[in-house]
Design a binder for this molecule. Sequence first.
Ligand SMILES: [Ca+2]
Ligand SMILES: [Ca+2]
Length: 272
Amino acid sequence: MSRRHPFYARPLLATAAAVAVLAGTAAAAPADTPPDRPATLAAALDDTYYQDALGKTGTELKAALHTIISDQTKLSYSQVWDALKATDEDPANSSNVILLYTGRSQSKNDNGGNADQWNREHVWAKSHGDFGTATGPGTDIHHLRPEDVSVNSARGNKDFDEGGGELGEAPGNYTDGDSFEPRDAVKGDVARMILYMAVRYEGNDSFADLEPNEQVNNGSAPKMGKLSVLKRWSQEDPPDAFEKRRNDVIFERFQHNRNPFIDHPEWVEAIW
Ligand SMILES: [Ca+2]
Ligand SMILES: [Ca+2]
């Protein structure tokens, strides 16, 4: 239990504790969560966390998930730095984080504003809905990831689609004037982050209702495209160990809410 995370001392949700007990792990030691979680964890989540969503589809499922995942702890933008050092830790080197698009392993302490340092990439670009970095969608670590500063700039606020020229500094990633295509290994991760944001933010707080659509060039509209491409990416790149561990760490240590599409990727098609 790190003293750098005062919010970590907050009592865990009953569901988190129940899940930890059933999974045979200690909720206070999320860093020790094995990459391949026991099947009992998924079953325990269905019996507790997702109880009110099971058996639903479409708008009913989306509404149930919105209620479930809106019960969360919220971070400040400065707390995000330390959170990402835990959520995106390199499993092969605990001193490093893995950068989302480049896939590079880089020192946790090499964060900042220089071109080859890492900073906080908003996968749902913060201009799409103009939510900035106030506590809320702009500090929701389910879609905030470490990324190389200049690669983050190259992505900018572009919508997601396939095509364009390959980024020299981030092989496997492509961009053109109005869209960005992440490398294959994180295509599904990106899709599930965008769809989490769409369910979590429904316009019933002080922020915009975020929704995916079929457009690029969405600009400052609270939309992100292209939905059909994101759905395909979610199918082609199912949740992996890194992504699942990340979801667990956010749930157990930081926000105490989950990305439902990592636990139940079939819910993408059930809603959209
Ligand atoms: Ca992946
Ligand atoms: Ca929404």
